[in-house]
Design a protein around this ligand. Sequence first.
Ligand code: NAD
Length: 372
Amino acid sequence: MSQTDLTCLFLSERDLEKVGGLDMPACVKVMEDAFKLVGKGDYLMGGPSQNEHGQKLFFPLETNFPNMPIAGPDRRFMSLIAYLGGDFNVTGMKWYGSNIENAKRGLPRSILMTVLNDPDTGKPLAIMAANTISAMRTGAVPGLASKYLAKQGSKVIGLIGAGIISKTSLMGLAAANKQIKEVKVYDIIQDKAEAFAKEMSEKLGITVRAVDRFESAIIDADIVNVASSGANKPFIKAEWLKKGVMLSLPGAVHLEDGIMQNAKLVVDEWKMHVAYYEQNQSVPKDDPRRFSTSFLFDLIEEGILKESEIESLGTIVSGISGGRQNEEENIIFLTGGMPIQDVAWSHYLYEKAKQASVGQTLDFWDHSPVLS
Ligand SMILES: NC(=O)c1ccc[n+]([C@@H]2O[C@H](COP(=O)([O-])OP(=O)(O)OC[C@H]3O[C@@H](n4cnc5c(N)ncnc54)[C@H](O)[C@@H]3O)[C@@H](O)[C@H]2O)c1
């Protein structure tokens, strides 16, 4: 094989499982390392702002073309690109399609892959199945955030939604909060909540029970995590929230007026949400395709929220700013998901796979007509 030959590693879901793809404590640690780099600024994401969440293929509300997809709840294609520095020193991308109708076809709502590249030459290093990668990196972040933002000794978790992101969020929260005694889960499909409770009780060895009323999952919970999908956005009333709650929002919600004003707001990275807002300025306020954190900018415009009071996880994790100040304050943690998370967890697993000689080598070329 010559120096210019090009191969890369393909890692399937099975391969990733073999090398620790479901190791949540490791994933929380990798996210902590990645967010420290974000706090220091040693990362790049898309666009001139270097902070774009990604590029979205916007489906039209209607079309005359027979095969063109039309807009629907949680229906999109997205590419998320990033460079992450420090010991990672890698570039990469997550590429996925999402369609809520997939459940009827026995498929997951979103189907994902990641690609890693050498940041200097651009050579592809790995192509990886990424449903587990993405779910794990998403769930690890509420876990990481709870280390800094949840009350000391939090005992009860309330979960809204019994899908894959709720599962990994619970894994993340349980990894970071060893003292958790009880978990309550609500889903609009009661059977899903029941199945979730059975599976996760067995997996985590803690009491997880399905509740049949939405508010029952929230009342008395020290940490509430919302990860539902689709058109039916959960609505949360202020009176249901326990004092000092950490409300973790990887998914979208409607919050009763007043909840935001009376809480500390922490996001994964505020610069990313600003870039998202700037990218999406042309989308009208009542358009269902508007991005999920756009409501923050409406609140800022209305003078209800001050931009200067919004904190980012990276600065908290790297010790630049505060985190929780007392046991009384309610904290809302809002995560839109960052490409650096996908790159970080993919890179960790790629290194593990190389060490263990797991995966399939793909030949890009040992000869190419355009190279010779
Ligand atoms: N922030 C991030 O990094 C990130 C990453 C991936 C996904 N997400 C978001 O997380 C959410 C969940 O993703 P998923 O893959 O687990 O979805 P999923 O479709 O697998 O599961 C969602 C569950 O929510 C339930 N549900 C829908 N409306 C509900 C309601 N009003 N109350 C209670 N339950 C309700 C559904 O029945 C389903 O069981 C999505 O909104 C997705 O966009 C966020």
